[in-house]
Each structure stands twice: as structure tokens, then as C-alpha cells.
Design a protein around this ligand. Sequence first.
Ligand code: XBP
Ligand code: MG
Length: 230
Amino acid sequence: MIEAIIFDVDGTLAETEELHRRAFNETFAAIGVDWYWDRDDYRDLLTTTGGKERIARFLRHQKGDPAPMPVADIHRAKTERFVALMAEGEIGLRPGIGALIDEARRASVRLAIATTTSLPNVEALCRACFGAAASDIFEVIAAGDMVAEKKPSPQVYHLALRELGLSPDRAVALEDSLNGLRAAKAAGLRCIVSPGFYTRHEEFAGADRLVGCFSELGGLAGLEDLVAVD
Ligand code: XBP
Ligand code: MG
């Protein structure tokens, strides 16, 4: 019996990365730098998890010798922009996610988040998509800089499991990316992957199930089947 479902956020709860890309580009314009990440740039940069780490990687590959930049300040401004954009309400949950969460709550299956994104972004998404605070939906939220190493390190999943007080065999992770799959598997979790716009080109060897859409899971029964297989 599954006791908990641990959700990734970006690309899993909702398709948010185009909004992140917009927030990055609008922040760059607002601070007066001529950086612009198109979709191909961003698809490549997304292999580096964490917005601050992504900006730092981009800077390292800039031509010439760019002046040192306050990456943390730029990222803070980007997060503020993302929160404001999310509040415009254009982003909804991915198909199947809302129904699965509702069913899990009715069945007293515990809900947690394990994400690389920053905590304010989780709060903004929950407000926009659930009309509630993140803590009203998720019992445990492991996010962003709460851990030293971001995905594909398993640290954020270890944190979520520790806060849940569960061994990995009692939970299932839902992810959209190869970095996320690697993190969940390294933490000993079964992991279901549904690739999103920016990850559908990735290879997901090792996923316990690969679905085009989370609504294909068949709800909790689909997750229980996964556990029963073991
Ligand atoms: C995806 C990420 C995050 C987001 C941007 O997180 O790697 O870095 O792209 O958010 P997830 P920040 O684990 O939910 O898929 O700028 O706050 O990092
Ligand atoms: Mg993700």
C-alpha cells in the first residue's frame, strides 16, 4: 500500500518552464543586460537544475570576460517576476494531477513535494492552481536551497522522505525529467515519469513507468499496481 506520493513541481504539477523562461528573459531586460534565452537555449540550460546555477553556467560560457554579476540578486528578481506571472492565472495543473491529488487526499495518502525550484514559486503555483496555500495541500515541501545539492542528487528526495518519516518503499515519486528520475531512483524510490515540453527528448531508462500523461495512470489504482509489481 502506497503511503505517500512525492511530486516534482516544474513540468510535473504543471508545465511551468515557459513561464520560468519568460521570467528569466524579462528580468535580464529589466536589469539592462542583452541576454536572451530562446527555447533551444533554455532546453539545453535546463540540464542544469536550479535557476542560480543555470545563470552561473550561462555566464561561464559568455564570450569575453563578463563583469562579475550578482547572480543571487538576479535570481531573486527572477523569482519575484515568476511569482507575479504565475498570479496571472494562465498556468493550470497538468492533466490527471488534480484528480490524483483529490483521490489521494480522500484516501488519506500523504502528499509531498520534492523540487529544485524555489519555495516562493511552489507557493505561487499552489495559490494559482489550487486556490490554497502549499501547506494546505502538501504535508511536506522539500524545495530549492533546502538541500546543498540539487537534482540529480537524491538529497531533496531524502529530505522529503525524512520529513515524512517513511522508507522509500512506502512512497512513489512523479517526475518529468531525467534529472528528476535520477534523483528519485538514487533515493530508492519507484518513479513514474511523464515527460513535458522541455524533456520529451530525454531517455528515461530506469523509470518504473513512463506515461505520456499522468491521466493514463488510472489514479491511485495505477500507483498501487506499480507497487504490487514488486
Ligand atoms: C525545475 C528546475 C528549477 C526551475 C526554475 O525544478 O530545475 O530550477 O527550472 O526554478 P523541478 P528556480 O525539480 O521542480 O523540476 O529558478 O527557482 O530554480
Ligand atoms: Mg521537473
